[in-house]
Design a protein around this ligand. Structure first.
Ligand code: 6PG
Length: 260
């Protein structure tokens, strides 16, 4: 488990631009070191803000877009092309603008896809896709993602793992079907905390005052079933990328010495 590091930016626009620049560097480094990169995307305003910032970043073409695998941390279980699907929003924000290899864009199944309206079967299907991409050393059943990004809900959820829900308690499966989620839509598919923790780097994106309490709770040693964001960390690095409003309730001893 890596101890969380905090980076606090002036506002959410600067946070998105700085996180996009950081992601470019991480991907370029991963491609140089290992030939390709794997990145897990998140839904939500902050995740999409980062993708949009990446789309307009001057250095975006430093990435070899044909050598990157994209995965999702969670998906709203809706029909293909639905405007609320995380993949639809990611396509609009960035993916349609860059020359990705379509075979390496691993969207989670849609509710009218191969598994029909069965979110648990869709979760099992995605788990199988992840397992097939995992290397022999990846004992968790998922690849060692280079960067896995997560938004944070005001209730401390990450991906679609909500406080006190079965998904937040999952210790065996890498992907879960989520039913009766408190944030619409109620049916979702999500990576579990053990799958999230297989990533080298986990980045949590939190902007806005409504995230302040959630961030303070997650960073104060809360349990992961009650506070799922507290259970999201990477093997080598856990990074909280925040704006000043989201950082405003952090205990004094956690607040980083200098704001970026
Ligand atoms: O499907 C979703 O909605 C997300 O994946 C969810 O986990 C999101 O990231 C958080 O709710 C934060 O969302 P915001 O960035 O919009 O606050």
């Amino acid at each position: 488990m890596s101890t969380p590091q905090l980076v606090v930016h002036r506002d959410k626009e600067l946070m998105a631009q700085a996180a996009a620049a950081r992601l470019i560097t991480e991907v370029v480094d991963a491609q140089a070191a290992r030939g390709s990169a794997s990145v897990v995307l998140t839904g939500g305003r902050n995740g999409n803000g980062l993708l949009a910032a990446l789309g307009s970043a001057p250095a975006r073409d430093a990435i070899d877009w044909s050598r990157i695998d994209l995965w999702w941390g969670d998906e709203r279980f809706l029909p293909e092309g639905h405007p609320d699907r995380n993949v639809t929003q990611a396509r609009e924000a960035l993916l349609d603008l860059v020359p990705l290899d379509p075979a390496r864009v691993h969207a989670m199944p849609a509710s009218d896809g191969p598994y029909g309206p069965d979110a648990d079967a869709a979760a099992a299907g995605y788990a199988a896709e992840l397992a097939a991409a995992a290397g022999p050393g990846d004992r968790t059943g998922v690849p060692e993602f280079d960067v896995l990004m997560l938004g944070v809900g005001p209730d401390t959820h990450v991906a679609s793992l909500f406080p006190e829900s079965p998904g937040a308690r999952e210790t065996e499966l890498t992907v879960v079907g989520v039913h009766s989620a408190p944030k619409p839509p109620p049916t979702r598919v999500s990576l579990s905390l053990p799958a999230i923790r297989a990533a080298r780097e986990v980045w949590l994106l939190a902007a806005g005052e409504d995230k302040a309490k959630a961030a303070a709770l997650a960073l104060s040693g809360a349990g992961e079933v009650q506070v799922p964001a507290a259970g999201a960390y990477g093997r080598s690095r856990t990074l909280w990328l925040m704006d000043a409003a989201a950082a405003s309730a952090l205990p004094r001893e956690l607040y980083p010495p200098a704001s970026a």
